[in-house]
Design a protein around this ligand. Structure first.
Ligand SMILES: NC(=O)c1ccc[n+]([C@@H]2O[C@H](COP(=O)([O-])OP(=O)(O)OC[C@H]3O[C@@H](n4cnc5c(N)ncnc54)[C@H](OP(=O)(O)O)[C@@H]3O)[C@@H](O)[C@H]2O)c1
Length: 243
């Protein structure tokens, strides 16, 4: 039977300072999990921790810095007896045509969207294995579409992390660890505010997914009965953007 309570579980959510990660961390805390909030901006994490009450605490970390990632894993091991849930929602996007984009933009996205989540997963796997835990990757609906002009390097990182999630599932299912990828379409977060500003398009959040919608999908994947695994879950806004 499905229970939505995450009581006695510990969850780590990356990207918890904004958007989808923030909404997810908040929902997990409301579902009674202890939540470790990860992101670079300590003040934003502390603000959410205060909002969530005693169940959440801030763990500032730059996911592109190997030393900081190792330090984070050490702190988590010391602070919590267990890690049941790892939600990856940290990430960046850089727009630009292949002909003209600086390769540094490709490298920066790879570091934040692929390499960081890969290393953090490696570091926490022993803890997750110990409790037959669960890993959720917040990916993107961009992996399903072809009109990716100007977003090739970002789309490449999302395809890469999907491949990693699929291989990981194959490796850890036998230990009872579930791996889920969630693919949201356009979601009303700071990222979209910024992208709309760059493109000059009208920002119409009511026609987008809400970060809380994606958080609900994460909780669904986390709480479905243990005889099942949500592998890939696609979410798109009901309404098309007005042009
Ligand atoms: N919004 C959409 O339309 C949409 C659609 C599909 C998929 N997604 C995916 O959803 C995820 C979250 O997106 P969002 O829209 O919620 O974005 P957002 O509002 O821009 O939030 C991004 C989060 O990632 C964190 N982050 C970025 N670089 C980091 C780093 N080096 N180390 C640690 N944390 C880092 C940021 O925290 P700090 O700045 O504090 O470090 C922030 O909390 C992304 O992976 C994105 O690909 C979003």
């Amino acid at each position: 039977m499905m229970s939505r309570s995450l009581e006695n579980m510990t969850a780590l959510v990356t990207g918890a300072s904004s958007g989808i990660g923030r909404a997810t961390a908040s929902l997990l805390a409301r579902s009674k999990a202890r939540v470790a909030l990860v992101g670079r901006r300590q003040a934003a994490l502390e603000e959410l921790a205060t909002e969530c009450g005693s169940l959440a605490s801030a763990y500032p970390c730059d996911m592109t810095d190997d030393t900081q990632l190792k330090g984070l894993a050490t702190r988590l091991q010391a602070d919590f007896a267990r890690i049941d849930i790892l939600v990856h929602s940290a990430g960046i996007i850089k727009l630009g045509r292949t002909e003209t984009s600086p390769v540094a933009d490709l490298d920066a996205q790879y570091a934040a969207n692929v390499r960081g989540p890969y290393i953090l997963t490696q570091l926490l796997l022993p803890l997750l294995r110990a409790v037959s835990g669960q890993i959720v990757f917040v990916n993107s609906l961009i992996t399903r579409v072809n009109n990716t002009g100007g977003r090739g390097s970002y789309a490449a990182t999302q395809q890469a992390v999907h491949s990693i999630a699929n291989a990981l599932r194959d490796e850890v299912n036998e230990a009872g660890v579930r791996v889920t990828t969630i693919f949201p379409g356009t979601t009303a977060t700071q990222r979209q505010v910024n992208l709309h500003e760059i493109s000059g398009k009208r920002y119409d959040p009511d026609r987008m997914l809400q970060p809380e919608d994606v958080a609900e999908a994460v909780l669904f994947a986390l709480t479905i009965g243990r005889t099942a695994e949500i592998t890939d879950l696609y979410l798109r806004p009901m309404l098309k953007p007005l042009v």
